[in-house]
Design a protein around this ligand. Structure first.
Ligand SMILES: *[C@@H]1O[C@H](CO)[C@@H](O)[C@H](O)[C@H]1NC(C)=O
Ligand SMILES: *[C@@H]1O[C@H](CO)[C@@H](O)[C@H](O)[C@H]1NC(C)=O
Ligand SMILES: [Zn+2]
Length: 454
């Protein structure tokens, strides 16, 4: 103040006479001085208040975003809220058929399959980024023998190249992951998923979509695990040596009434290894028996709700009731499939109806047990508004506008799945720490082992 000559207007000029002098003249002057000072005070007060008000408005305008961000609050606008939420809780999809797309469209020639440019499928790198994807299970799928025009016989014993072809799919997934190291990072544990996301990468997990890909052999399961596979779907759309399938839109004739004896051993070995039991595609009996037998949490990598749309491929309410973390329930996550034929009547699949599946499952299991398993690149058409991997934010926005909070949404987009993966890891570590040995069981229909009698 002193340096630039500014003075507090509330103080009189230096050396000004005392206003209390008892003369007309000085009284008049004093009165005027008082009026002057009052006017100055009013003007200054008004000015200060105005500046403070404008400053407060401006800082609210510019800082609210940052303050809200710091406090974790989401913006009111659902679209903005979805993008904000996904910044810290990106999508981890339970089932994407990118390797299958590479196989069926490009014969696994990844040179011809450039993920940096728009692909004819639902997935490429620019759209993954736009959709705020932080990870997904790359499905290393090959068809059921019958769907590939092959016959593996009534006991699944005839060779069909399913194991070779699965190895090719693991290979093409890894070739693609390694070709774009700035985007993808192979992940085999929940911690690796988190660190890939922290590094700004898309955590890339591997899942085998059907035990028909195991060649009836637990040894093959162990070797898939060695290669990084972290879930096996117990069936695809065919029965296999381990379990019955649920068919497609309607059930198919079953063989075992659920799990086969080897199917029970498969679950035990998956629990011991830390391979997630995936119940998508299975028959209801298979799912019920597997839920009873597993020691570890489970997933439905890509399944919706049967009571929202009545097809065999969806999960019925009485099975959803078995999922949870209380009294005898099994922890798990049902990751909603976007396939139009599974979510709604023809021509009616859209974001809202997919959100209905999410809401319905959450209503029964709780919001901690639902996730996203789009099936992109494995489905022929898509719901309106969920055309490809760039569109996840639309579903998040829809659920936000229905009242889902940021914790619930973060669970849906990926954290529920991460909890399940970590749970499966703990069970495996525990079983191994207790010395549970590898399962050496052999499919009882096989006659090639043992070979010689001594
Ligand atoms: C793979 O695709 C590229 C690009 O289309 C082509 O030039 C190349 O010949 C293909 N490689 C094989 C082995 O077919
Ligand atoms: C879920 O429950 C809420 C609250 O009870 C209800 O309003 C909503 O319609 C339910 N949604 C579905 C899809 O069942
Ligand atoms: Zn599938």
């Amino acid at each position: 103040m002193a340096t630039n000559g500014e003075r507090d207007p509330l103080l009189g000029p230096p050396g000004e006479p005392n206003f209390a002098r008892d003369t007309d003249l000085s009284e008049h002057a004093a009165k005027r001085a008082v009026e002057r000072r009052a006017a100055v005070i009013r003007a200054v007060t008004h000015g200060v208040l105005t500046v403070a008000f404008v400053a407060a408005l401006l800082s609210m305008f510019f800082l609210w975003d940052k303050v809200g961000r710091f406090a974790g609050a989401l913006p009111k606008d659902p679209e903005k809220a979805a993008h904000r939420l996904l910044e810290s809780a990106p999508v981890i999809d339970g089932h994407i058929d990118l390797p299958e797309f590479a196989r069926s469209v490009y014969g696994n020639n990844i040179t011809a399959f450039d993920l940096n440019t728009p692909t004819p499928g639902h997935v490429d790198i620019p759209r993954l980024k736009k959709g705020q994807v932080g990870g997904f299970f790359w499905s290393v799928f090959v068809n059921c023998p019958a769907h590939a025009g092959l016959d593996d016989g009534p006991d699944f014993l005839k060779a069909t190249w399913r194991v070779r072809d699965t190895l090719e799919q693991i290979d093409v997934a890894k070739l693609l992951i390694n070709r774009y190291p700035e985007t993808f990072q192979l992940a085999t544990t929940s911690d690796e998923v988190k660190s890939a996301i922290a590094d700004g990468k898309i955590a890339s997990l591997l899942g085998v979509e059907g035990a028909h890909q195991l060649g009836n052999s637990l040894a093959v399961l162990r070797q898939y695990h060695e290669l990084g596979v972290r879930y096996v779907t117990l069936t695809h759309m065919c029965n296999n040596a381990f379990a019955d399938s649920g068919g497609y839109l309607t059930p198919i004739e079953t063989k075992w009434g659920g799990l086969s004896p080897l199917g029970y051993k498969l679950i035990e070995e998956m629990n011991r290894l830390g391979v997630i039991v995936d119940l998508s595609h299975t028959s209801d009996e298979t799912a019920r028996q597997a839920l009873k037998h597993t020691k570890a949490p489970v997933i439905w990598s890509h399944s919706s709700a049967r009571s929202v749309h009545n097809v065999a491929r969806n999960v019925p309410d009485d099975i959803l009731e078995l999922v949870g973390t209380t009294d005898g329930k099994v922890d798990g996550v049902i990751m909603v499939n976007f396939a139009p034929q599974f979510v709604a009547d023809e021509g009616k699949a859209n974001v809202q109806v997919v959100a209905d599946h999410v809401d319905h499952i959450a209503n029964i299991t709780g919001k901690a047990h639902v996730g996203l398993g789009s099936d992109y690149d494995g489905i022929e058409s898509t719901p309106e508004g969920l055309e490809d991997v760039s569109k996840y934010p639309a579903l998040v926005a829809e659920l936000y506008s229905r009242g889902w909070n940021r914790f619930e949404l973060a669970g849906l987009t990926g954290r529920n799945l991460l909890r399940v993966i970590a749970g499966v890891e703990r069970v495996a570590a525990n079983l191994q720490a207790h010395g549970v040995p590898p399962a050496l069981d052999i499919y009882d229909k096989r006659t090639d082992l043992p070979k010689y009698e001594l």
